[in-house]
Every structure is written in C-alpha cells, then in structure tokens.
Design a protein around this ligand. Structure first.
Ligand SMILES: [Mg+2]
Length: 402
C-alpha cells in the first residue's frame, strides 16, 4: 500500500449542477429560487435545488408541493437530461485537457491524481484556479465547481464538500485532525444516520475517535471496516478512484396518467430494455434481480430473485414478469425500479451450449450496435410501440457512472 502523501488527488464537484445548467441557459432564472424535478406537479420531488432556494430552506429530495409551500414564487423546471448530459460531456472534455487520468464518479463529479509537478505549496491551488477559469470560459459563469485536494480520493471529496459554492480547499495530512474535530460523524461520506447509531453504540461519537483510536482496537470493534476508516482518515489511498460496478438498475416515477397497471407494465418493459443494454455494454451477466414498487399511500413491495446468468433482454423480461405478476394489484403504482445484481464479466460464463441461445445473444448484440449508432429505441420490441411518452430518459445523480 502507498504511504500517505499530500496533494495526491483532486476532486471536482459541480455546484447544484442541474439547477445551474438551467440558470446558465436561461438568464431569466438567475438569482432566483429554482428547483429541477422530474415532474412539475405537486407529487414530483426536487432532484436539484439552486443556492437561492437552498438558503430559503428547500432541500434535495423534498417534494415539490412542500417546496412551493416554503417559497411561493419558486420556479419549478422539468428536468432535461439531454442538456445535463451535453454539459457533462463538455466538462469531461475540459478536464481531459488537464489530465489523461480523469475518473468520472457521477454526472457532476470527477477526480484525478495530481502529477508530481502539481503537488506542494500553492501548486494545487494554481491548478484548481486554471480549471475554474476554463469552466467559466467554456461552460459559462453560472457553471461553477468546488474543488478539493487531498491525500486520497476520500479526503479530496471531503475537501470539495467543505466550501460551496465555487470553493477550493486543500486538506493535507497534518491538517486532518483539525478538520475531523469540526465534523460530525455523518459529515463523513459513507456514514449515514443508521451507521452513526451503530458507531455511537460502540462508543464512537466523534470522527476524531476513528483517527486517534488504535487500529487494532478499531478492528476489534468494527471489523475490517474499522481498519479501513483508520487508514482512510490517515490519508492512505485505499479507495480506488474508480468504483467497480456492482449493480445495474433503472427506476421511474410514473407520471400521474401512467399510474395504471397496464401502462406501468409497459414502463417496466422499457426499463428492462435499458438494463439489458447496459449489461451487455459493460460485458456483464447478472444472476439476481430485484424489483421494487412504491405505491401511492400504501406500503411498498419488493422481491428479490436468483436467476441463471443472463445478459439478453428476453430472459431479463421473463424473470422480471415472473416477479411483477406477484405484485398486489389493488394498490396504485407510483414508482418502479428494476435492478440486476450479482454481476460478472460475460467471459466468466460458458458460451451458450445451444445454437438458439447463441443466436439470441448475437441478436441482442446486433440490436445494441444499431441503437448505439442510430439512437436509442431505433430498434425495439413491438410491445414498446406507443410508449414513447412514458418513462422518458432520466439522468443518474449521486455517485454513479453514466
Ligand atoms: Mg454537485
């Protein structure tokens, strides 16, 4: 393992990305409270919140109705994934001018290791300043980023989080204890309220204890995770910059006119096609599926199923339908999600034994290449004709790959 070393990674996090994209392309929205939501009706939820709305108490994930109640003159914009994707690709191209090693963490987050001539003294700050100028010049002045520099990706992300918007913070190994004393446990990325409760039960109430407690004792209390926390907080680069894909899933909040079982079935079919395409594009097979349905005003339904390894959409749809038929039809579906789990590289499995199976695999690869070249849904199952309006393309946010 590499020893801790200052200024090893730079982390870049765009500020209120979707909301700022809207404010950049539409000057009438600037300096005003704006939220972006998949649907502008009261049942939608805010997936991005402008700083003007944040200061008035609106939070990401809040219902649109609740946000409107807080800010009567709030502007709610329907999300435009194509716009955000376009800006994302421009952003990646800009960062590629500075490094050949960029690792994209999500639609608005990326990280890369600094070269030796970029480390030490004011050099990381000079680099951050150049990146910020390039963003301003090429993307526009409303698309700002917070930059963090640290001995590992974790600390660099914490540094980026420490000053928003448009900040630049460098956390060096010697400064880590002082930073840890300022934070609560849930300020550390990866510790949620549930994990916080577990830590408190074990006598760890402050982040600094994960730093000062002996590594062996942490291992005894928390297992290998405790040791990892100790190493991470001491600046060891234990987390790879590139997180491996563990699951591939798609979800959709149904628009009010799609909250019927017949339409929801078509939407699910569409999600299944997307999951299948991404499985094959990543060279994966899956051997487990998870279906989640949230109902309007009723408890949600979830089902997990182990399957034979598959990557073709027909098998995926067969397994998914099997679970879908078990969902209680007396409730109104509100949100559906299908996730392929237990992923393996396709090459780890034997090639299909029967000629028909081989044909099917080849057929799906051919369909994918046509759609990759001429646009999604150029070729699609006949059952999806007429579903264009439902489950429009959405963009992932949080720590996910595009
Ligand atoms: Mg961000």
């Amino acid at each position: 393992m590499f020893a801790p070393q200052d200024d090893r990674y730079l982390f870049l996090d765009m500020n209120s990305f979707f909301a700022r994209c809207e404010q950049q392309v539409n000057p009438a929205l600037r300096n005003k409270p704006v939220v972006v939501a998949p649907y502008t009706g009261t049942t939608g939820c805010c997936i991005a919140v402008s700083y003007e709305a944040k200061t008035l108490g609106v939070k990401t994930g809040m219902g649109v109705g609740e946000a409107r109640a807080l800010i009567p003159n709030l502007t709610v914009v329907e999300s435009r994934p194509e716009l955000y994707r376009h800006v994302h690709h421009q952003l990646v191209a800009i960062i590629n001018d500075f490094t050949p090693y960029v690792s994209v963490r999500s639609v608005d987050e990326m990280t890369f290791p600094l070269a030796s001539y970029e480390q030490g003294g004011d050099r990381p700050f000079a680099l951050a300043h150049m990146i910020k100028s390039a963003l301003k010049q090429k993307l526009g002045e409303w698309l700002t980023a917070s930059v963090g520099i640290g001995p590992n990706v974790f600390m660099a992300k914490q540094a980026a989080e420490a000053r928003k918007p448009d900040g630049c913070v460098c956390i060096r190994c010697a400064d880590i204890p002082a930073w840890l004393r300022r934070w609560q446990l849930t300020d550390l990325k990866g510790i949620n309220t549930c994990m916080e409760r577990q830590l408190i039960r074990l006598g760890i109430t402050q982040p600094i204890q994960l730093y000062t407690t002996n590594q062996e004792i942490l291992r005894k209390k928390l297992g290998v995770a405790g040791e990892y926390w100790w190493l991470r907080l001491h600046g060891y680069p234990i987390d790879s910059a590139q997180s491996p894909t563990k699951t591939i899933g798609h979800s959709c909040v149904l628009s009010p006119d799609a909250r019927r079982w017949d339409v929801a079935t078509q939407v699910l079919h569409k999600l299944v096609q997307r999951v299948g395409e991404r499985l094959r594009a990543g060279g994966f097979t899956s051997s487990a599926l998870h279906l989640y349905i949230r109902f309007l005003h009723s408890p949600s339904f979830r089902l997990h199923m182990r399957t034979r390894p598959f990557s073709d959409s027909r098998a995926l749809w067969r397994y998914t339908s099997h679970m879908w038929e078990r969902a209680p039809r007396i409730h109104t579906p509100f949100m559906i999600a299908i996730t392929a789990c237990d992923l393996h590289g396709e090459q780890m499995h034997q090639l299909p034994l029967f000629a028909n199976d081989r044909k099917e695999t080849n057929l799906y690869h051919a369909l994918d290449s046509v759609n990759a070249r001429f646009g999604q849904w150029t070729l699609k199952p006949a059952s999806l004709i007429g579903t264009e309006r439902h489950a429009p393309s959405r963009i992932p946010f949080g720590n996910r790959q595009l």
